[in-house]
Design a protein. Structure first.
Lengths: 123, 107
């Protein structure tokens, strides 16, 4: 079983940046893609992008290009998602989720999920 | 980007009913289609991957079918724990998109 533990809730002002962390248990951190998905209050799921923890390669949804940066620290099995130039409609729960398939192939499905981090953007 | 359209957006059903949710892709995605269940205040959970493969731990009353652009999630004999919101998600290529969700409520 894999556990993903995310950092705590954040309150930010418009224009600021937020950095959410996601620590994975176990020894397979570099074997599987890690994705970030967000969900605004009362809304559906929105995929933001993925990172290959083995080599740091990333792939972002076009909507977030230029505003999102995904990184990782393999020494502590932790992935990070930074979103900059925050706006009020970035208020959402942000989830990290580990892929079902190994990075030898293409990203397949979101299997293990973190508990979510609420980011509130308000002046 | 590939767009995913689910229908209906919501439905009401009774315990024991058969429920069908459809998902249509804006272009062919082969069988690169997954289904998730989400309950209020919780993270989603994977139910079906590769269009029809039941994820370990998911109940056998849940099934998925389809390929290309049209997909279906079926729940046979709806149980109280099945009342939730369901999302389809395409994983064709490296860019993902989710459907808008279908809320299954108690009639």
């Amino acid at each position: 079983q894999v556990h993903l533990v995310q950092s705590g809730a954040e309150v930010k002002k418009p224009g600021a940046s937020v950095n959410v962390s996601c620590k994975a248990s176990g020894s397979s951190f570099t074997v599987y893609y890690m994705h970030w998905v967000r969900q605004a209050p009362g809304q559906g799921l929105e995929w933001m992008g993925w990172i290959n923890p083995n080599n740091g390669d990333t792939n972002y949804a076009q909507k977030f290009q230029g505003r999102v940066t995904m990184t990782r620290d393999t020494a502590i099995n932790t992935a990070y998602m930074e979103l900059s130039r925050l706006k009020s409609d970035d208020t959402a729960v942000y989830y990290c989720t580990r892929d079902f398939g190994a990075i030898a192939g293409i990203p397949m499905a979101a299997w293990f999920w973190g508990q979510g981090t609420l980011v509130t953007v308000s002046s | 980007d590939i767009q995913m359209t689910q229908s209906p957006s919501s439905l009401s059903a009774s315990v024991g009913d058969r429920v069908t949710i459809t998902c249509r892709a804006s272009q062919s995605i082969s069988i690169n289609l997954n289904w998730y269940q989400q309950k209020p205040g919780k993270a989603p959970s994977l139910l079906i991957y590769a269009a029809s493969r039941l994820q370990s731990g998911a109940p056998s009353r849940v099934s998925g079918s389809g390929s290309g652009t049209d997909f279906t999630l079926t729940i046979n004999g709806l149980q109280p724990e099945d009342f939730a919101t369901y999302y389809c998600q395409q994983s064709y290529g490296s860019l993902w998109t989710f459907g808008q969700g279908t809320k299954v409520a108690i009639k």
